[in-house]
Every structure is written in C-alpha cells, then in structure tokens.
Write a protein that binds this ligand. Structure first.
Ligand code: 3PY
Length: 252
C-alpha cells in the first residue's frame, strides 16, 4: 500500500462515478478498481516540510494515485518547490478573492501563462511513464490547481473566484470556514455557505471538493454533488486502530 507519513498525509478520493478530467489523475491503474485516486500531502497542518516532498510524491504516484501537496500558504516559492518535487496538484489555504486565485494559478504555470520558475531535475520522477521532455512539453500544464474556500470573504467572492481561468477545484475547509465566519459547523449558515461554493463551482465548470471526517461524511457530500471528497487522515486511522487494540488488550 501507499506509504503513509505519520501526521502528514490525508487520504482523499473522488467518487468513481465522477472521474476527474485530468489525465494525471486518471493514470492510476487502481482507479478502475476503486482505489484512492489522490492523496493529500499536508504541509499546512501536517508535520511535513519540503525536504519530504520528493519521497512522498514518488511513493504515492508509484502506488497509482496522484499526490496533491497542500502548501502552508499561497506563496510563490512554496508552490514552486512543491511542483518541482513532483506534485500532481497544488492546494492552497485561505483563498479570499479572485485576485488570490489568479496569483495561485500564475505560480503553478510556466510562462507565458504564469510565472513558475524552471527547475525540473526531479519533477518527472513522480509521473510514471512520463519522460522529463514530455513533462516539459505537456504534463506541466495539467497540474491540478486547487484553492481552499474557508473564510467569509472567500464565500462572498466565490462566484468571481470560480470564474478564474486555469483554476480547477474549489475545496472547502469546513472547520476553518466555521471558525473564520464565527458560526457553528453543521449549522444552517454553514451549510448554506457550503452549498453556495458548490453551486458557484458547478455553474462555472469547476470541480467542487470538501474535507470530510470519515467515509459516511464523504458519501453524504458526494451525494450532495461534490466531485472530490476526503475520507480520513493517516493519524486518525492509526489512532483509532491503536485504541481498538488497547481496548482488546484490556479485555473490553
Ligand atoms: C478545514 O476544514 O478547515 C480544513 O482546511 C481541512 O483540513
């Protein structure tokens, strides 16, 4: 199975009936068998830094899933290092406006489309079957650009954000969304904000994604219409399994 880095990787899946358009995400030999199609390497909240990226992107990609790196902040140099290390996609926290989203797109694309710097020594290794020349010619343009909508301005500007060219996915962070909006997670206002982001994505031809806390939550959100949903975190899986064995050891 895919190597899981304690504290850092989130396992995410898009529902098989709603496959992503991107070829990089469909190369997975396991995809048709229902395996994970992508794994989030979480350098925002996970204990991961850019010296781990290369090993993680390669481990994930060679198991047939696409590694998406969530960088700590939407900074050009952070995005560049993640892409150079072989990320199939970039996720950035706290997108508040169309201007924010345009910057992220620009950081992810080589000129003339954007401003991404050129440093391809290690990049193609995590794209099985793609040569460095092919990465340069074509694959670089397919990296998935994902921004998180998780603030009041992000929601208020979401229709404009969803129009940004080159942006692929609007990804809701429901925990931050509730905290930033100072509302209750799961409450009426929170669910209305989530629905608004979903609608904005759909009506502008973008994918909608949301962080979920378990498989049931992920199923509910995919039935609501989300294209990409998270399922579980590595740390959650380990913790639950260890506690279950501890209970057995206690005779419970
Ligand atoms: C959130 O729910 O705020 C997230 O960003 C999930 O990691």
């Amino acid at each position: 199975g895919t190597e899981i880095h304690p504290g850092g990787i989130r396992l995410l899946v898009d529902p098989p009936q709603l496959p992503l358009a991107r070829t990089v995400l469909r190369r997975s030999p396991d995809f048709s068998k229902g395996g994970f199609s992508w794994v989030l390497v979480d350098a925002e909240h996970g204990l991961i830094n850019d010296s781990h990226y290369y090993d993680l992107t390669n481990a994930v990609a060679h198991e047939g899933a696409s590694p998406i790196i969530r960088v700590p902040w939407p900074e050009e140099w952070m995005i560049k290092r993640a892409l150079d290390a072989g990320a199939h996609g970039i996720m950035t926290p706290m997108c508040h406006s169309a201007e924010d989203a345009k910057k992220v797109v620009s950081y992810c694309k080589y000129p003339p489309v954007g401003v991404r710097g050129y440093g391809p020594m290690y990049t193609a290794h995590s794209f099985p079957g793609v040569s460095p020349a092919e990465y340069d010619a074509k694959t670089h343009a397919e990296v998935l650009v994902v921004v998180q909508i998780e603030s009041r301005p992000g929601v208020e500007n979401v229709e404009e954000i969803a129009k940004v060219e080159g942006l692929d996915v609007l990804f809701i962070g429901p925990f931050d969304l509730a905290k930033q909006m100072r509302i209750t997670r799961g409450g009426e206002e929170h669910e209305a904000a989530i629905q608004r982001v979903l609608d904005a994505a759909k009506s502008n031809g973008k994918k909608a994604a949301i962080f979920c806390t378990d498989g049931n939550d992920a199923l509910r959100r995919s039935q609501q219409g989300f294209d990409m949903v998270s399922i579980i975190t590595d740390i959650g899986v380990f913790g639950d399994a260890m506690l279950a064995e501890l209970e057995k050891a206690k005779g419970n």
